[in-house]
Design a binder for this molecule. Sequence first.
Ligand SMILES: *Cc1c(COP(=O)(O)O)cnc(C)c1O
Length: 347
Amino acid sequence: MQNRFIDLYSDTKTKPSPGMRKAMADAEVGDEQKMEDPTVNRLRDRVCELLGKEDAVFLPSGTMGNQIAIRVHCRLGDEVIADRTAHIINAESGGTAANAGVMIRMLDGPYGVFTGEQVKEAIRDPNSRNAPRSRLVSIENTSNGGCGTVWPLATMQGVTKVAREAGLSLHMDGARLCNAVVKSGTKASDYAACVDSLWLDYTKGLGAPVGASLAGSKEFIHEAWRQKQMLGGSMRQSGVIAAAALYALEHNWDRLAEDHDNARHLSEGIANIKGLKIDVPRMETNLVFFEVTKPGWTPAKLVEACKERGVGMGTAAGNRIRAVTHLDVNRADIDSALKVISDALAA
Ligand SMILES: *Cc1c(COP(=O)(O)O)cnc(C)c1O
């Protein structure tokens, strides 16, 4: 048993640091709906600068960012093109159907990264009265279900070219865009230039307790504000949480490289444990997916056994286990976790 529970369940498991809490306590606040919260306004300006977009809106969650964007881009019955593993399909409680009334055309990555060619094949005949209307391409970078895979900029530009030529809009789920930026060295604004709307999550690797920012053109964000209000996402003195987001952007962005190193270390350790199977080079960022091949074991059984011994992980689609590195676990924790996993499987 570990002295301290090592929680690799998700990068959402971080707790605000003392420095972040101080920034929150000291935040100047006002009514965000009246654009009178100076901290929320400062976050908007910072996000616009970072992403090279005209405007941005602060939201309680990234999920709301996806839902709002799809509602703004699409009309009832339109079709969204997305990878089969996408969060908008698998992890938003059917919101894409319930909130936006759209169809989804699923592509097979691989690893969540599809090509312009695949998009071209998926776009419906615009002259057909019978087919749904292709309207939006949604890109997830990094791809969560695709093992944290980073989109190569050229691949994304290929998708953008095909979509724009066909008159489709593009949206990016940037829950882990900062991981993609740190890993690839591609600027966030270069990724952002490929899409009409995108959002950043402050509660994943960046370690803030609440919030995401959705960015796009002035007109897009004007409409996004209406949808934010409609979905009940408008807040008041949200500078308290926007301060955490600003703090996260400043202090916790570059250090994501450490999480990637730790994830690689974890992957290599897992590769050395008999009864587990992992594709080490595939784990590019902070998400680590692996299979349990030992007879008589399931992912759920190993997750439970590790939890009892002080290490948290989760089961994932495809009969896999997912472990995630983040700013509240260090290299020594990874070594301890590897020992726990190994011992649990040997018991
Ligand atoms: C976590 C996540 C979301 C949702 O973000 P929340 O802020 O938790 O609502 C969306 N997409 C991906 C890929 C995610 O990992």
